[in-house]
Design a protein around this ligand. Structure first.
Ligand SMILES: [Zn+2]
Ligand SMILES: [Zn+2]
Length: 481
């Protein structure tokens, strides 16, 4: 790592404290560095906040690794050095020549680097019927073992089918994602995170961002890398364990104030506030893959999103109260913040908060440990207690406090993750999968495509239909053909 504060280093490591006079400053004079090899840190001279340095090179490697997974098996150039890498033939036909056939599959050649690609999607899926049956069984909660037994096939064969279904789903998603990115100038996004396998203690985090207007899941990332020989700050080594185990106190009551106070105490007890994996005194480290440090995975998640959205007039990102999400979004969307087109906020709603219904005038409120002010509004009922919403505006460009309190709920993204845990319970909790979390990757690709394109929240309404990028829901046949 360079020992000077290069612009590239500052672009990721600027002060992210909204209360600081130098919040977001890219002026090297405002910072001091401590370059210990194990733990290089940067301090803001104004507010004295200290953070581990994020390396531009390593973050770039994480972005590339996430893109590689997403583009695996698509009909697109696979040459890392080529400008067409990952660009679908279907969406970018002008970048490729038709180049004969391989068997009966269409072949293409990249105009930029001359690499040839076979389009596996140019012929009908020969296993369509089996794939539809497998997906239907998965969606009704059957375990992989039960499905293999029902279809009288080996576990390995089932696994191959699921991988092939995942590739088809990634291909479908890539086309709809492209239309979603181009659907307009104003985006209202919501992010949340969860443990991928909550009972497995394997340190695998799952980060999701949804379009809160349509509930389209825009992007999901795991802090998991299939790279085996790991070095550098991007990774958490297999020897990583916290020395202390100070679980935050449970909230004193179910009011938002007490929940926030308890979460905030938990954040303060971490070695760094943007690392939710601090506090793991036990970790079932994945056997065949490596854990990526949470801030690298999350920053790459938002950098990809920022890159695909391009120059939009207005982006609002609501997120659950998690500094890992906030820090990562701030550094990834910093250019948009400087142009005043970004609003970033923490949002917590009572479960029964009603979207679209006016609440009371927001009141500033503080709880023990809160530095940045929050505001609270209430929806009153004739009987019973009021429903509350708490908001903390971290980056304010266009939204007034009142408008922030009228935003849609964050719950669709949370429910998306909860539903996966419920539907795929047997695979998620299977004991042998504790140390083999990468086996869930194909299921996640299938689940996201199904959720966006097939799953009807109301009759005829899928997230893609609601986003105006699909005319009607896709049947399982259409999804997998
Ligand atoms: Zn500062
Ligand atoms: Zn190429």
């Amino acid at each position: 790592m360079s020992d000077s504060l290069s612009p590239q280093l500052l672009a990721l490591n600027f002060c992210k404290n909204p209360l600081c006079a130098d919040f977001g400053s890219l002026n090297a004079a405002n910072y001091s560095l401590s370059l210990s090899i194990n733990n290089p840190q940067i301090a803001c001279v104004s507010c004295h906040s200290i953070s581990p340095i994020i390396s531009p090179t390593e973050l770039n490697e994480e972005v590339t690794a996430q893109l590689e997974h997403m583009n695996l098996g698509l009909t697109a150039c696979t040459n890392e050095q080529c400008e067409n890498v990952g660009l679908n033939v279907q969406l970018h036909p002008s970048r490729y020549y038709a180049f004969g056939f391989s068997g009966d599959k269409q072949r293409y050649r990249c105009k930029s680097c001359q690499k040839t690609i076979v389009d596996r999607f140019s012929v009908k899926n020969p296993n369509l019927k089996t794939h539809v049956t497998i997906l239907a069984l998965l969606l009704t909660g059957f375990s992989l073992k039960e499905i293999a037994a029902k279809l009288k096939i080996q576990a390995k064969t089932l696994n191959d089918h699921i991988k092939s279904m995942a590739t088809i789903c990634r291909q479908k998603s890539s086309v709809f994602d492209h239309h979603w990115h181009n659907k307009g100038q104003h985006f209202h996004l919501g992010s949340d995170w969860n443990l991928l396998q909550p009972k497995s203690h394997n340190g695998v985090l799952w980060i999701c961002t949804a379009d809160l207007d349509s509930h389209y899941i825009a992007l999901q990332s795991l802090n998991l890398s299939e790279q085996e020989n790991i070095t550098g700050h991007r990774f958490i080594g297999s020897d990583f364990l916290a020395s202390i185990n100070t679980a935050p106190p449970p909230p004193k009551s179910s009011t938002l104030r007490d929940i926030l106070e308890s979460m905030s105490t938990g954040h303060q007890e971490r070695s760094h506030r943007n690392n939710p994996l601090h506090n793991q005194t036990q970790l079932n480290y994945p056997a065949k893959s490596s854990l990526v440090s949470p801030i690298y995975c999350t920053a790459a998640h938002y950098l990809r999103l920022n890159h695909s959205l391009g120059n939009k007039e207005q982006v609002v990102i609501s997120m659950s109260f998690e500094p890992m999400l906030a820090d990562a979004a701030m550094l990834s969307f910093n250019a948009m913040r400087q142009k005043q087109s970004l609003d970033l906020l923490y949002q917590l709603d009572d479960e029964k908060w009603t979207e679209g219904k006016a609440g009371s005038k927001p009141q500033i409120f503080k709880f023990k440990g809160s530095e940045v002010p929050w505001s609270l509004s209430e929806q009153w009922h004739l009987r019973g207690k009021a429903d509350q919403r708490a908001i903390c505006q971290l980056v304010e460009s266009n939204l007034t406090q009142k408008q922030a309190h009228q935003l849609p709920k964050l719950s669709p993204v949370t429910h998306y993750m909860d539903r996966f845990h419920a539907m795929f319970k047997s695979s998620v909790n299977e004991p042998r999968r504790k140390r083999r979390p990468e086996g869930l990757l194909p299921l996640l690709d299938i689940y996201r495509a199904w959720n966006n394109l097939c799953h009807q929240e109301k009759p005829g309404e899928t997230p893609a239909v609601n986003a105006g990028i699909s005319e009607k829901p896709l049947s399982l046949d259409q999804l997998l053909q």
